[in-house]
Design a protein around this ligand. Structure first.
Ligand SMILES: *Cc1c(COP(=O)(O)O)cnc(C)c1O
Length: 343
């Protein structure tokens, strides 16, 4: 199959740029699992500082970052609280159950952002026969909440409830830097209330591989045990970490373009017949619902024009902007939706 000309299905679909490839080619390397890769060590130090934590560990993926955090935090039978649309519930093969033996109890909240009251109501009173609540997870930004940003005050309110009940706080920060760039709030401020946080290199940052998990020294030291156990320890991984360092220097501020492009796409399609933009656009993700045809039919009609979006439900689609899609392409994609929907 021909690759699409205009790729809006995910911000994971970027190719490393020439500058990034050059940085990768020139990376100093060593044995990562012995702690001897200078580029990985530099990336981890930078990321720990960025997220305001003592230490960090480089991992192959964000999924592994979530799972390792749960493995460190939980014992079998423990309960993790998360919003029902989060990645940890829907897209990690029930990893928390399969690996940590933890039960994920969903909370339902608009755009995936629950309140302190909602959390309080969902925390079970300690009883021998109930699961033991252990971790509260939030997603920054909320992927299936149209990239909504968890406001820093809302995080602190939720964290206060969690602390009062002796629970730990975990952030799935796959798109943490989109939140920081869009709001002007520092990544470290967003991370302050958390025991564990991670961000993805392979989303808006445009790297081919990797995620970085951060926390206290003792947490990261335990995370390393699980990284080794799960086969996540690497060797000359500096070539990958170099992409991350390059992205921190070149691909952070530019995310405002992605956010502008997402808003532009949403504005262009919002008034079309049979199209309803589900939620306000704060970052790089647009969710929209259609009627008159299925989401799959629209995906196929767009594919015929070389444009790729994702159907995420029978009537709902997702468009994600990123480094490899420019304003003109976003305009073309919106015009194609208009033509197909009869706008
Ligand atoms: C992509 C994503 C993950 C998983 O990251 P991978 O690097 O793809 O394993 C987890 N959470 C959210 C919110 C994501 O968008």
């Amino acid at each position: 199959m021909e690759p699409p000309r205009i790729e809006l299905s995910s911000d994971t679909q970027t190719r490393p740029t020439a500058g990034m490839r050059e940085a990768m080619a020139n990376a100093e390397v060593g044995d990562e699992q012995r702690g001897e890769d200078p580029t990985v060590n530099a990336l981890c130090a930078r990321m720990a500082e960025l997220m305001g934590k003592e230490a960090a560990v480089f991992l192959p993926s964000g999924t592994m970052a979530n799972q390792i955090a749960f493995l460190v935090h939980c014992r079998p039978g423990d309960e993790i609280l998360a919003e029902e649309r989060y990645h940890v519930i829907n897209l990690e093969g029930a990893g928390a159950a399969a690996l940590a033996g933890a039960f994920v109890r969903p909370i339902s909240a608009p755009r995936g952002i629950f309140t302190a009251e909602q959390l309080e109501a969902r925390i079970r009173k300690p009883r021998r026969e109930t699961p033991r609540p252990r971790v509260v997870t939030i997603e920054q930004t909320v992927n299936f909440g149209s990239g909504a940003i968890w406001p820093v005050e809302a995080i602190h309110e939720v964290a206060a409830v969690a602390r009062r009940h002796g629970l730990l706080m975990h952030m799935d920060g796959a798109r943490l830097l989109n939140a920081a760039v869009a709001s002007g709030v520092s990544a470290a401020s967003y991370c302050e209330a958390f025991d564990s946080v991670w961000l993805d290199l392979s989303k808006g940052l445009g790297c081919p591989v990797g995620a970085v998990l951060a926390g206290s020294e003792p947490f990261i030291s335990e995370a390393w045990v699980w990284k080794q156990r799960l086969g996540g320890a690497m060797r000359q991984a500096g070539v990958l970490a170099a992409a991350g360092l390059y992205a921190l220097a070149h691909h952070v501020e530019r995310m405002t373009e992605d956010h502008d492009n997402a808003r532009l796409f949403a504005e262009r399609i919002a008034g079309l017949p049979g199209v309803h933009v589900a939620e306000p656009i704060e970052t790089n993700i647009v969710l929209f619902d259609i009627n008159g045809m299925t989401a799959e039919a629209l995906v196929n009609a767009l594919a015929a024009k070389g444009i790729r979006l994702d159907a995420i439900d029978t009537q709902r689609l997702r468009a994600v902007t990123h480094l490899d899609v420019n304003r003109a392409q976003v305009e073309e994609a919106a015009a194609a939706v208009a033509e197909i929907m009869g706008g």
